[in-house]
Design a binder for this molecule. Structure first.
Ligand code: NDP
Length: 330
């Protein structure tokens, strides 16, 4: 089986020399173990953080370790009483073609409910992040106005559609006219702002002259600053991610408009989706209901290739080359 390992810790954007592809024989499963063949690998912006040797909510990936990833996989050999050949599962098997597991942390996946890529997107970690970030951390109320960045991505596209389903007015920020078209024409957003071509601060002010009640921040940096200038009294800022800073070689300057929090009695709250792990069932039930009723679209960006294409595919997240949840199909 081939797998991708961390060869050296990148400075700035990860490059070809960040990774090595290795080949290894796997033994047959021993008692209580089963062998899976990986079908889909999830590509996540958080992966960039796992490459840095710093303290965070998960330990960094070690040098020469198989790169950590969440995968959808099929059981191909089993000596485990609860898993049979042909079962579909999800687990943190890593960037590898095959993996041996004892089932710890593995979940069953029902392909009758949704496809493998959707189980990594709208019904996977990004969907859970959107659901709990918007409803629990953001405390969305009907009739409010929601602004979301990286809006055409995995988390952002679910945030916007969930907010619409709950009766909010939704403004998305994304890079380029095509993504903005997807937001308003395919995903039901009320308005879209192209941050590459437009002045975000001014465009949001035109669209929502009274300000926004929730800003769901996936990108940080200048776009966070522009959002801070468009608060409404009592606004909440959900600090979900800051992808615009993940490859920075030195600390970026802080948001210069954070005193807006004081003026508008607003709050900005960070969160990590894993804190809601015992309630994922609730989110899967609601999101899959909206999907089956046609009130939400699960959008994935599936790239076909081998594990050796992992590094190039990961780079797409930082260039904005994905619309929807980015998945590598083996
Ligand atoms: P996406 O599918 O949204 O892909 C990343 C997108 O970010 C790109 O498509 C691109 O879209 C945008 N982007 C990249 N670079 C920049 C930049 N410099 N400035 C502005 N936008 C940029 O990824 P996810 O949905 O998986 O993740 C979104 C965010 O959510 C990330 O910050 C991630 O770390 C965070 N997250 C947080 C979790 C938590 O528990 N707190 C859990 C899961 C994710 P465009 O073309 O529009 O620029």
């Amino acid at each position: 089986t081939q797998q991708v390992r961390l060869a050296r810790r990148p400075v700035g954007l990860p490059g070809a020399d960040t990774w090595t592809v290795t080949t290894e024989e796997l033994p047959a499963p021993g008692p209580g173990q089963f062998l899976v063949k990986v079908d889909y690998i999830s590509l996540d912006p958080a992966m960039r953080g796992w490459l840095n040797d710093v303290r965070s909510y998960l330990p960094p990936v070690g040098l020469n370790e198989v790169m950590r990833s969440v995968d959808i996989a099929t059981v191909v050999a089993s000596s485990h009483p609860e898993y049979a050949v042909g079962d579909t599962v999800s687990g943190t098997f890593g960037v590898t073609e095959y993996a041996l597991t004892d089932g710890a942390g593995v979940q069953r996946v029902d392909l009758a409910v949704a496809s493998g890529p959707t189980w990594l997107g709208a019904l996977g970690m990004p969907g859970m992040t959107a659901y709990f970030g918007l409803l629990e951390v953001g405390r969305l109320q009907p009739g409010e106005t929601v602004l979301v960045s990286a809006a055409a991505g995995a988390v952002g596209s679910v945030v916007g559609q969930l907010a619409k389903a709950k009766g909010a007015t939704v403004i998305g920020i994304a890079g380029g006219p095509e993504k903005c078209r997807v937001l308003t024409e395919e995903l039901g957003f009320d308005a879209a702002v192209d941050y590459r071509a437009e002045n975000v601060l001014r465009r949001v002010r035109e669209i929502a002259p009274d300000g926004v009640d929730i800003y769901f921040d996936n990108v940080g940096g200048d776009i966070l600053d522009a959002a801070l200038a468009n608060m409404r009294r009592g606004a909440r800022i959900v600090l979900c991610g800051a992808i615009s800073t993940y490859n920075a070689e030195k600390l970026p300057p802080g948001p210069s408009r954070y005193m807006s929090l004081l003026v508008f009695r607003a709050s900005m709250t960070g969160f990590v989706v894993f804190d809601y792990a015992d309630r994922y069932g609730e989110a899967v039930a609601e999101i899959s209901r909206l999907l089956s009723e046609g009130r939400m679209t699960a959008r994935e960006h599936v790239v076909s290739g081998g594990v050796a294409d992992f590094g190039d595919t990961l780079g797409m997240l930082f260039r904005g080359a994905n619309t929807g949840k980015l998945v590598l199909a083996l």
